[in-house]
Design a protein. Sequence first.
Length: 307
Amino acid sequence: MNAYGNYKEFDRARWAGLRSRTPLMLSEEELEQIKGLNDKISLREVEEIYIPLTRLINLKVRAAQYLREVTSAFLGCEPPNKPFIIGIAGSVAVGKSTVARLLRTLLSRWEHHPKVDLVTTDGFLYPTRVLEEKGLMSRKGFPESYDTKKLIDFLGKVREGERNVEAPLYSHVTYDVLPDRFEVIDSPDILIVEGINVLQVSKRQPVFVSDYFDFSLYIDADTEDIRRWYLDRFLVLQRTAFREPLSYFHRYAELSETEAIGHASNIWESINLLNLNENILPTRQRADLILRKGRDHQIHQVYLREI
């Protein structure tokens, strides 16, 4: 048994061999559009890591579809139009959003599940006004800062095949939920749900977000590497998005690099690292698959839960 417990470990070469003959289905230009800030993902990594992963997910989706079909045939009714739901968890700055967008693109190019939607849990954060009233602004991103009931209600409707379910939208410029702005999720074949705490459990509630997942991933890396990526991203944002007058972090735009690193380090230590250690990292063992990144931001090991 490896350090991750009851998982089967694959190095990059061995995992790449599971691709079989699955085609790439992605261009360099498309990958550039998918990448997040500072992500170092390459087409080679897509071929060696993400193409085998989409093959595995495709097999799981087809198996779920077949099970619904034979069960419905036994019952003498039409098979329900229920999506296959994938959860993606991991720390701030570890690259979850890029992985989610990449999987959405790749999975949509398989014949049996062309409609793939993506929802991030940022939209289910309480609005800034509510967080301020609750004294939770310094705990933003922690489990208590999310309207978990609203997220579970949303997933329940999607799972049951309800049409035109609304998911609230979030602005990373204003750092707040957008009032009366929604993304409509309408009967996807696959729904990807990305967020730092999607594998969280709580004794205070009988149903968890992850109860609705058919498959879940955790993006993992050494904490010091994630810290470095967070600081690098902060500096890029300081030179770009923070300069927008409406940006919540506009006050950081004119700081020197030394001052910016100081502020970013304080945010990391007091909020993101604390959340990682208390809430996010402990959920890693609940994932079906763990993608382990090295210092170069590339996936070097894959851990798949034993059957």
